[in-house]
Design a protein around this ligand. Structure first.
Ligand SMILES: *Cc1c(COP(=O)(O)O)cnc(C)c1O
Length: 344
């Protein structure tokens, strides 16, 4: 398939092979120089560390075409840093952060025809990832690793676009206290597949996980952080916990709320009771893939909690945050220092 054959406006969120990926190998204690490749397959030992013990982590970011036709990435240095943290927790050798950003630039530039045009609603999704490569049979970290970046053009993550979604409270936990919830490890997703399929089979869009220790506090969904709005749009509240993945979108939204929109920001433990008692006017799921997706109601084992903004449209404060964030990403609004990385 060639980028010319794509109808950008109706693009879904599925993998499509593009021209180039980036690959670098770690062997004998060091990373090689890395290169672009047209080979979109990987051949590994049947006993490789990733196949046996799931030693892998990943990142996700996007490239956008701005209003004035530039190609930009949003805060790639933050992804580099977070992957560094993920690697340390999994006993993997971090890929140097400056080389990470450089590799993102190289692979986006090599695939520039695949970056969807401004105004199409589509973006180029960038997926850096790393995994244990060589055979490992006793339980231990691999000695060799492959770092790759694939890119693929995508449309909106939720099919309904900006329509509010309904989430449910699963009987499963996402991440243990002191576990791996705070890093972007593939294993966090493997265990979420059954709960998300159950949620879908029951007619819900997403699972809203509670803290596994006490089941009284809100954590996040399988792949997005949560924001709440209260005080007539004046206050943004976002849950705090070591087992929540530190979303770059959420941290950017908090910055925008406080420094651009003049809102008050509370990053603190959020009790499910507060949500059930109607403390919040608006609620949203945020992440690179979803951007901000409004939540209209929560189904807690058949008991429906209505968020005041409702199931028809995004609430006004969420809308303002969404417009500001995407305005910055698409170059319509001035960006805070260092947020926009232009691919030249
Ligand atoms: C990737 C991810 C997010 C979103 O993070 P962003 O940096 O905003 O894309 C949220 N929760 C989980 C569990 C994730 O893996």
């Amino acid at each position: 398939m060639s980028p010319k054959d794509i109808d950008w406006k109706s693009l879904d969120f599925n993998y499509r092979e593009t021209d180039y990926s980036y690959v670098s190998m770690y062997k004998d204690g060091k990373w090689d120089d890395g290169e672009l490749t047209k080979d979109h397959t990987v051949t590994i030992s049947e006993c490789s560390g990733v196949l046996q013990y799931s030693q892998s982590c990943f990142e996700g970011l996007k490239a956008y075409t701005t209003e004035d036709g530039r190609i930009v990435c949003f805060r790639p240095d933050m992804n580099a840093k977070r992957m560094h943290d993920s690697c340390l927790r999994l006993e993997m050798p971090p890929f140097p952060e400056d080389r990470f950003v450089d590799a993102v630039e190289k692979v986006v530039k090599a695939n520039k025809d695949w970056v969807p045009p401004y105004g199409s609603g589509a973006t180029l999704y960038i997926r850096p990832y790393m995994f244990g490569f060589n055979p490992v049979i006793g339980v231990k970290p691999a000695d060799e690793y492959m770092f790759r970046i694939l890119v693929t053009p995508v449309g909106p993550y939720f099919k309904g676009g900006m329509k509010p979604v309904e989430v449910t409270i699963p009987d499963f936990d996402r991440a243990a206290p002191h576990g791996t919830g705070g890093i972007k490890a593939g294993l966090n997703y493997a265990m979420s597949l059954h709960p998300i399929m159950e949620a879908h089979r029951n007619g819900f869009n997403e699972n809203m996980y509670l803290d596994p220790a006490t089941r009284t506090k809100v954590e996040e969904t399988g792949g997005a952080n949560i924001i709440f709005i209260k005080d007539n749009g004046k206050t943004l509240v976002t849950p705090k916990s070591d087992s929540i993945l530190p979303s770059i979108t959420r941290r950017s939204i908090c910055y925008i709320a406080e420094n651009i929109l003049g809102m008050k920001v509370e990053h603190r433990e959020v009790f499910f009771r507060e949500v059930a008692e109607g403390e919040f006017d608006e609620m949203g799921l945020c992440g690179t893939a979803a951007v901000i997706s409004p939540v209209g109601q929560i189904n807690d084992h058949g008991n429906i909690i209505h968020i005041k903004a409702g199931m028809e449209e995004m609430g006004p404060a969420t809308r303002k945050l969404y417009d500001t964030l995407t305005g910055i990403q698409m170059g319509r609004l001035p960006a805070p220092e260092g947020w926009i990385y232009e691919i030249k």
